[in-house]
Write a protein that binds this ligand. Structure first.
Ligand code: ADP
Ligand code: MG
Length: 859
């Protein structure tokens, strides 16, 4: 058996949505109210039980347009002016209460213009109650002892109900009795300041007056079910929904603080008012008190807001919750799915008159407009529904356009009985409005609504559980035993007295015959009932057997599946084991490898350290060798240079000596020739010159070979004299002279060189003997193609101070000039070489100087 089978269709919530069910039309009744003034003329008269006649009065709109014909309108039933509240209730509402008790839904509308008697029909007076109190009366009369204890059923806030045990319900009762809630209060709510006393006094009077109850009761109620009644009361005003039973009363200072409620859809797609107060009531008085409390709240709110209650719609909802008793007939079956909820909605609509008629303005106009709009939506919905049903169209019914239609959408879409009482005030002034009412009523009658389904109480439990339980309890209470229990089913009363007083007496015989016939009839009925029940039982049994077979089959299939699953599980387990073993082996291998790896890594680290050390040693040795080599090299280089210089000096000295000798010879020769010539001149001129001692020869000039001096110091050339800051001053007389020069200590830029055609760079260095040697590099300046300047070195002057060589042994030959040289004077030795320095074209400073020794002179 599938789990969903346990949920019977009856267990669904109200109102249920159904498809392809039998349908009934909306039943529309008409009630004419009596005129207050007997002499006043009427425009509506009943013709028969179902038809009324409307006669246009002289001042009416139709009359003015020449339409003076009477119109006839038919209804399910027409109640004349003198109809009693009881008669109307029995006819219109009693079947709805019956439906409610049998788990079916119903909706009852009061429709008509203001003052037509809608509220009177719905509420009535305490002594002559209307539909609402009578419905409550009949409901509670019928339920009697079948009601569950309070709080066994609890609203679940989602339009459904939860069921709880008697014990839990008792705890809740105790809790709530200690903290009395507003819901249990009688209508003696404290008067709100500012509320006119008279209006509320009416209500108080209504509450205090002794109510005359309706004694009707509905039979055929399932006794093996527990029931609970919940009521709610809402008002729809200006398309806003207000809860008239809400706990917190409206703020008298800020009446607009009234909380409006929203509509919601539950899991069965039924509409309900969200967080609306639902009060569980146990009798009519309690329910009526709740109703009066709502009325009071409504009255207060309207007085505070200065609005008219006749312009709002009020909905009084009665919800009947029923759930089967448990197998022993003691408590409610603790199964939420077995709960059935049915609903009866009693709606007192606002006056259907048009806005213009009420001559409203401002807020009132808006309010009246809204009323008309919501009633207009109701009319439109009814018309579209009728069109869809009669013409087979599939137009969307605009239920959502107003709260009233949206709330009751499921009655039209789903299932339920819908009835409407059209209240008519037959006075002539209302004629025009009454014609509109008639038109709407006629259309409404053509709309079909799905017939509600009766509840299936049979949940497979033995009927008569409650009574059996009651009898059992009674016997136990009286101190009897279970054996004393009489069978619930009997063939009737015990045999009558069969004592014969007279042999001719027939009475006893007749009585016996009648008794036996009755007994036989009852036996027959019981037998039939037994056979029927046997049949039902057999059917149930067969169904169960079938279910059992099916379950067996399913079980076998499941077992087979389970076996195959077990096999595959075993195979998988084996595989898992094998894999685990493999995994263990691999783990072990991995551990070994890791150990090896660690060892090799430590070995590698040792070797790396060794290599590092060797490399360091190598570097150290290399550096040591390098130092030794370079010092050796430098030493040798110095030695070579020293020897070269010594040789050079020696050669030069030799040369100088030779030259000196030649010069001296030349001087001697010249002196002799001069002496000869002088002698000749003296002789020839006869002059008597004394042969005076010839003047001592001029001291010889320093041995400078002026003919070799081709210094470029002369001339008009413009020189750039680049002498670095560190240059030492030399005292030699052989200083170059430049009439036009630009002195600079830093490397000259292109700008500095511009305008000059020569460049000289003074460079000093220490020679191998520790003497300062000054070199002056000279060059020509050229303009490069890119606009820069290039210097081509072509001359170098070298100034060096040297000690003269040791004097020659022959001191006699020593001349004064030699003595001068001995005193350590500067000697200008001119050397020639070519040096190239080139500035980069366009560069602001000359580039690094590259000194390239050349063997040949460029010039
Ligand atoms: P509605 O609710 O349609 O505006 P009411 O029910 O308030 O109208 O009725 C207006 C007045 O007419 C009330 O005083 C009411 O007592 C009275 N009335 C309406 N119908 C009847 C009736 N059938 N018998 C006696 N009085 C009636
Ligand atoms: Mg009214």
């Amino acid at each position: 058996m599938k789990p969903s089978r346990g949920k019977t269709p009856s267990s669904k919530k109200t109102p249920r949505r159904v498809i392809n069910k039998a349908k009934d039309p909306v039943e529309v009744y008409c009630r004419l109210r009596p005129l207050g003034d007997d002499d006043a003329s009427v425009c509506v008269t009943p013709i028969n039980g179902t038809t009324i006649q409307l006669k246009p009065p002289e001042g009416s709109h139709q009359y003015r347009h020449g339409n003076i014909k009477e119109t006839h309108h038919s209804f399910k039933f027409v109640f004349p002016e003198n109809v009693s509240q009881k008669a109307l209730f029995d006819h219109v509402s009693l079947p709805l209460v019956d439906d409610l008790l049998h788990g079916k839904n119903a909706l009852l509308f009061m429709y008509g213009i203001t003052g037509s008697g809608k509220t009177y029909t719905m509420t009535g007076s305490p002594t002559d109650g209307g539909i609402l109190p009578r419905c409550l009366d009949v409901l509670f009369n019928s339920l009697g002892e079948l009601q569950a204890r309070k709080y066994v059923f609890k609203p679940d806030k989602n339009n459904g109900f939860d069921v709880q045990t008697e014990a839990d319900a008792m705890l809740e009762r105790q809790k709530r009795e200690l903290l009395p809630s507003v819901t249990c209060r009688t209508p003696s709510t404290p008067r709100t300041p500012g509320t006119p006393r008279r209006k509320l006094a009416d209500l108080d009077e209504l509450a205090n007056r002794v109510r005359v109850p309706d004694n009707t009761r509905v039979s055929n109620i399932d006794e093996d079910t527990n029931y609970a009644v919940f009521v709610s009361y809402i008002e729809i005003y200006n398309n806003f929904i207000y809860d008239l039973l809400e706990e917190t009363p409206p703020d008298p200072i800020n009446p607009k603080s009234l909380q409006s409620r929203n509509l919601r859809e539950d899991s069965d797609r039924n509409m309900y008012v969200n967080s609306c107060t639902e009060v569980e009531v146990k009798n009519t008085e309690e329910a009526y008190a709740v109703f009066l409390k709502g009325q009071r709240r409504r009255r207060v709110a309207h007085t505070q807001l200065n609005t008219e209650s006749s312009r709002s719609h009020s909905v009084f909802n009665i919800r009947l919750v029923q759930a089967p008793l448990d197998p022993i007939g003691e408590e409610v079956l603790q199964d939420k799915d077995k709960i059935c909820v049915s609903q009866l909605s009693l709606v007192d609509l606002a006056g259907s008159e048009r806005t213009s008629r009420t001559q409203s303005s401002g807020d009132r106009l808006r309010e009246a407009g809204n009323i008309n709009a919501s009633l207009m939506t109701l009319r439109t919905c009814i018309e579209v529904l009728r069109e869809n049903q009669t013409m087979g169209t599939n137009k969307i019914v605009p239920y959502r356009d107003s709260k009233v239609t949206h709330l009751f959408k499921n009655y039209f879409d789903g299932e339920g009985k819908v009835r409407m009482v059209v209240c008519v005030n037959p006075k002539v002034e209302d004629y025009d409005e009454t014609t509109h009412v008639m038109r709407f009523a006629e259309v409404t009658q053509e709309v079909q609504v799905a017939r509600p389904q009766a509840v299936r109480h049979d949940v497979g439990l033995t009927p008569g559980r409650r009574r059996a339980n009651q009898m059992y309890k009674k016997v136990i209470e009286e101190g009897g035993s279970v054996e004393d229990l009489k069978p619930i089913i009997s063939l009737g009363p015990p045999f009558p007295c069969l004592q014969l007083c007279d042999p001719r007496e027939d009475t006893t015989l007749h009585t016996l015959t009648a008794f036996l016939l009755e007994r036989e009839k009852r036996r027959h009925t019981l037998r039939e009932e037994l056979l029927r029940k046997q049949g039902t039982f057999r059917a149930h049994l067969m169904e169960m057997e079938r279910d059992m077979e099916q379950l067996k089959q399913e079980n076998a299939e499941l077992k087979m599946k389970l076996n195959s699953r077990n096999k595959s599980t075993d195979a998988l387990e084996k595989r898992v084991k094998h894999l685990q073993q493999q995994n263990d082996m691999m783990m072990r291998e991995q551990q070994l490898y890791e150990h090896d790896k660690r060892e090799m890594e430590s070995e590698l680290a040792t070797k790396r350290q060794k290599i590092q050390r060797e490399l360091q040693e190598k570097d150290r040795l290399r550096n040591a060798l390098k130092g030794v080599a370079s010092s050796q090299k430098d030493k040798w280089q110095r030695e070579c240079e020293k020897r070269v210089r010594a040789t050079q000096l020696e050669l030069e000295t030799k040369m100088w000596v030779k030259d000196e000798k030649l010069r001296q010879l030349k001087e001697i020769v010249c002196a002799r020739e001069q002496a000869k010539a002088k002698k000749t001149r003296t002789n020839s001129n006869n002059s008597t010159f004394n042969r005076s001692k010839s003047p001592p020869p001029k001291p010889s000039q320093p041995p400078v070979r002026l003919k070799h001096r081709r210094s470029k110091s002369t001339g008009n050339a413009v020189w750039v004299d680049h002498k670095p800051q560190s240059t030492l001053k030399t005292d030699t007389i052989m200083q170059p002279v430049y009439p036009k020069n630009k002195k600079t200590t830093a490397a000259p830029s292109v700008k500095d060189i511009k305008g000059s055609n020569n460049y000289m760079l003074t460079h000093q260095e220490e020679d191998s003997k520790g003497e300062v040697e000054t070199k002056i590099f000279k060059g020509d300046v050229f303009e490069t193609r890119g606009g820069g300047r290039a210097v081509q070195f072509n001359d170098v002057e070298k100034l060096r101070q040297d000690l003269p060589p040791s004097p020659p042994s022959n001191k006699r030959n020593k001349r004064p000039a030699d003595e001068e040289l001995d005193s350590g004077e500067w000697t200008d030795v001119e050397t020639r070489c070519a040096v190239g320095i080139e500035g980069k074209p366009g560069a602001s400073q000359p580039a690094a100087v590259h000194i390239v020794p050349q063997k040949k002179l460029k010039k």
